[in-house]
Design a protein around this ligand. Structure first.
Ligand code: GSH
Length: 216
């Protein structure tokens, strides 16, 4: 009787987290099977999990290898690992210069852009801070300046580093959150909007949200 083989990867995740969504998109781009393991954020992390993700955060990706396992934490690191591990897929880098461009963009998106987005999101949704219009305007202005730079950049290319790369993968779930910034009017940023549509049209986007069978 044929035995079913366990997938080579396990993804420890909190399904709704944009960082975890980015990893699911990357796994779909690489066409790699994985076992999803939802972690309850309200419960203390086990010692076994902390060995895989020392700060107890999600996502963490584990590759099961004959001699043991390789555990990777921090979503940008996971994406970069997958791009190198599956170099022949859409995530693989064409050459060193496209890799360098992609590293620049994933660095910016995972620090400057993501941090400013969280600030604006929190302010936009917190009743207490919303009364402080000065703080809101300052953060909003900084965020809109970043989006404007992105918009001008994307006016001349389809994706952040030219061809599709991990930088776009990382950005995809963050772009979904723009809809929750109440004060943000995206009409002035048509190239960011069409980039978001291109990312959403990729099969990996739909695949990342499909209902995998959970193995607990
Ligand atoms: N920089 C990390 C951020 C990960 C992160 O903040 N994950 C959240 C879920 S959205 C988490 O694990 N929170 C629980 C905690 O910090 O204990 C990454 O990109 O992987």
């Amino acid at each position: 009787m044929a035995q079913s083989k366990a997938p080579p990867f396990t993804l420890y995740e909190y399904r709704a987290s944009p960082f975890c969504v980015a990893v699911r998109i990357a796994l779909a781009e690489c066409d790699v099977a994985f076992t999803p393991r939802e972690v309850d954020l309200d419960k203390p992390r086990t010692a076994a999990f902390l060995k895989r993700s020392p700060f107890g955060r999600l996502p963490a990706l584990v590759e099961h290898r004959p001699g043991g396992e390789l555990a990777i934490f921090e979503s940008p690191a996971i994406l970069l690992f997958l791009a190198e591990r599956f170099e022949k897929t859409s995530l693989g880098f064409n050459d060193l210069s496209s890799k360098a461009q992609s590293l620049s963009w994933i660095s910016f998106i995972s620090t400057g852009f993501a941090e400013q987005l969280w600030t604006v999101l929190l302010e936009s949704n917190a009743q207490t801070v919303r009364t402080n219009s000065e703080t809101l305007t300052e953060s909003q202005t900084l965020f809109e300046q970043q989006i404007d730079v992105l918009d001008k950049h994307l006016a001349r290319r389809a994706f952040l580093a030219g061809d599709y790369s991990v930088a776009d993968t990382f950005a995809t779930p963050l772009l979904d959150l723009l809809d929750y910034v109440k004060e943000l009017d995206m009409d002035g940023f048509p190239h960011v909007l069409s980039w978001r549509e291109r990312l959403r049209a990729r099969p990996s986007y739909k695949n990342a949200w499909s209902n995998e069978k959970e193995e607990k």
